[in-house]
Each structure stands twice: as structure tokens, then as C-alpha cells.
Design a protein around this ligand. Structure first.
Ligand code: PMV
Length: 358
């Protein structure tokens, strides 16, 4: 589909309410650096999660207040959250071209997360995905002939304009966003599923998130993406991420865990190395992140457990391992890693199938 195929216009529907749940996702090959409006510099791959979700309700009615821009009120866990209004307004401005009908409506948006408030887990991916699905549901009420593929692809397309990684939070268990010469249907505009042709071990993979620090990070992901523009290693990063992408696509089919671990950890550390070598440079990992990493690597070597870690743009560690190692890993977390977590907090999650309507 081309960019303009994503535009529909009508205003026959008057009011209603829609509710969607969308999960967070964890990138295995990281998207870092963007061009134009939220298009990635490199292809990325992620596991869709199951338990870390955002639940969003949109109550819509034809607009009464005279406003040029999209009219909405946003409530997080029942309370207004002004700092998020700017993000949502920017999102609406960006998507208006593709959903022109939104300017005729007033939206009351209510959302809440399954993960605790200050857990340091970014909710923008799951929130933008659930909000986009709500909007697509309204668009489907206006245009009932809409096909399911169009619905999902456009939900991903819209979410991308809110937060790039949100494009990968619509489907599961593995999503790909960004065009790669080695994957025919991959593209920069919306995420696609890797498909069912993945090794069984990855269909039930576990992700336990160690909350090392729960404070808001000092440098946002948007700023980090910007810093890739004049980064001395940006060209090399594009080459590296494409190579890692190609290798991982193969690994996800064959189930080669040793190679999986190598690539996933290399990606996590490369992401943070890029932050440390940008201008200005910055560090998001904490001493406790490194202490935990050293223990994870030792544990893997001494017990031959196929566990690895990854990081998103923050200090918290995602531990990835096959389901049948769950109890062994849980014992290890309780005895060795919990002490590195803020107030001993960690979140048990696993690979999931994507968003759902409620
Ligand atoms: O979607 P954004 O703009 O929050 O960027 C996400 C960047 C990483 O989490 C570091 C990597 C990724 O692909 O999710």
C-alpha cells in the first residue's frame, strides 16, 4: 500500500465508545535514529509482550466546542495528565492527514497501565498502539467495509506517528518494522509480523524485567534519535543493524539460541555505546545495571542456561530465556539479582500475540 491509500473521509457516525488493550514490546534489533516523519534509519525486530499492557478507552461524539485542532481530554487512571496532552496533540496533528474525520469529533480518552506507575517502563508504545486501535475502530464504524489487514496495518501506521516502536505493538509474537532487502513485505511505514514460521522455542519465550531504576530518564528517546543525525558512527550503525537483522531472522527460524544470545546482547550494548559516543554523550545505564549484567553472564556460563539480557533506552534489564528454564531463572533472580533492583522490583512477562479489543 502507498501512503495516500491510508486516507478515508466521512462523518456519518455521531457518537460511541471503543476500548482496546495493547502490549508493550521489547526490541531485539533496535531502532535507533530516524528520518523524515518517524521513519526508521534501520529495520528492527521485537518480541511483543503479554502482561505489560495499556488499556485505553475512547468515548467520541460529534464536536460541539469550536476548535480548529482536534478536540480531546485525556485522563490517566482517572486523572488529567497535562504533560501527556502535548504528546497526544502532536500525534493528532501528525495523523490528521490520514484520518481527516477526527477533526469533526470530541474524544474523551481514558487509559491505564498494567505495570506500576513509576516502574521505568516506557508506556508510549503500548499507549500509542491502543489509542491508534481505538481510532481505527471508530474509522471502521464509519467505513464498515474495511478489511482486517487494512485495519491492522493502518493501526500500526498511525501508532508509528505517535512513537516509532509503537508500530510493533499491534501484532505478535514477533514484529518487524523498517524496510529490509531480505524481507519482502517489510517497509518503513508500518510493522509486519514475522509470521508463524518461527521456531517453537520463541513462541513462549520469557521476558523478566528487572527494575533497576524507576525515575524518568534525563534524555528522552526522541532526543537520542536526533543525536544519531550527526553521529560519527551512524553509517556503521546502519550496516551493523542490517547485518544483525538478517542474522536474527534466520536464528528465529532455526532456534539457534547461542547465536540469538550473541546478537541480542550485542544490539543492547551497541545501543548504549551509541548513546555514550554521541555529541553530547550521555549514559543511561546505572552501576546496578552492570552488576546485574556481570552476574547474568557468569550464571549463563556456569549453569549453561540460555539466558540473555537486553536493554531499551534506559537502565532496566530485560532477561530473555526459554519457558522451560523459568523456575531455574526465577531462583537465580530471587537469590542473586533482586538486590540490584529498585525496592526488589521485577516484572514477569512473556511473548504475546498482540493487541485485543475489549
Ligand atoms: O519508539 P521510540 O521513539 O520510543 O524509540 C524506541 C527506541 C528503543 O526502545 C531504544 C529501541 C526500539 O526499537 O524499541
Amino acid at each position: 500500500m502507498k501512503e495516500n491509500d491510508f486516507i478515508y473521509e466521512s462523518n456519518q457516525v455521531v457518537e460511541g465508545q471503543v476500548k482496546w488493550i495493547a502490549p508493550s514490546n521489547i526490541a531485539l534489533v533496535k531502532y535507533w535514529g530516524k528520518k523524515n516523519v518517524q521513519l526508521p534509519e534501520n529495520p528492527s525486530i521485537s518480541f511483543t509482550l503479554s502482561n505489560s499492557i495499556t488499556n485505553t478507552e475512547v468515548i467520541y461524539s460529534l464536536k460541539k466546542r469550536k476548535k480548529e485542532f482536534v478536540d480531546f481530554d485525556y485522563f490517566f487512571e482517572g486523572n488529567p495528565k497535562k504533560e501527556f496532552d502535548i504528546k497526544i496533540q502532536l500525534f493528532f496533528n501528525r495523523i490528521q492527514k490520514y484520518v481527516p474525520w477526527i477533526k469533526n469529533f470530541y474524544f474523551k480518552i481514558n487509559s491505564n497501565n498494567s505495570f506500576p506507575h513509576s516502574s521505568g517502563i516506557a508506556s508510549s508504545a503500548s499507549f500509542m498502539a491502543s489509542l491508534s486501535l481505538c481510532l481505527m475502530d471508530i474509522e471502521k464504524n464509519i467505513f464498515p467495509e474495511m478489511k482486517l489487514d487494512y485495519f491492522n496495518n493502518k493501526a500500526s501506521f498511525l501508532s508509528r506517528l505517535g512513537s516509532g516502536s509503537a508500530s510493533r505493538s499491534i501484532k505478535g509474537p514477533i514484529c518487524i518494522w523498517g524496510s529490509s532487502p531480505s524481507l519482502k513485505n517489510s517497509n518503513d511505514y508500518y510493522a509486519v509480523e514475522l509470521g508463524r514460521n518461527i521456531h517453537d522455542v520463541f513462541k513462549s519465550y520469557r521476558d523478566t524485567i528487572l527494575i533497576i531504576d524507576d525515575k524518568k530518564k534525563k534524555i528522552s528517546s526522541s532526543k537520542g534519535h536526533d543525536l544519531m543525525k550527526n553521529h560519527p558512527f551512524s553509517n556503521q550503525r546502519i550496516i551493523q543493524s542490517n547485518e544483525n537483522f538478517d542474522s536474527l531472522i534466520h536464528i528465529l527460524k532455526t532456534g539457534d539460541l547461542e547465536s540469538f544470545i550473541k546478537i541480542v546482547e550485542l544490539e543492547a550494548l551497541s545501543l548504549h555505546a551509541l548513546m555514550m559516543t554521541s555529541n553530547p554523550s550521555y549514559i543511561l545505564i546505572k552501576p546496578e545495571t552492570l552488576n546485574a549484567i556481570n552476574k547474568i553472564v557468569d550464571f549463563r556460563e556456569t549453569t549453561k542456561t540460555p539466558i540473555c539480557f537486553t536493554l531499551d533506552a534506559g537502565p532496566n534489564l530485560h532477561l530473555l530465556y526459554p519457558e522451560n528454564f523459568s523456575s531455574k531463572v526465577l531462583d537465580f533472580i530471587n537469590s542473586e539479582l533482586k538486590i540490584h533492583c529498585k525496592k526488589g522490583k521485577f516484572i514477569l512477562d512473556k511473548v504475546g500475540d498482540g493487541a485485543r479489543k475489549i
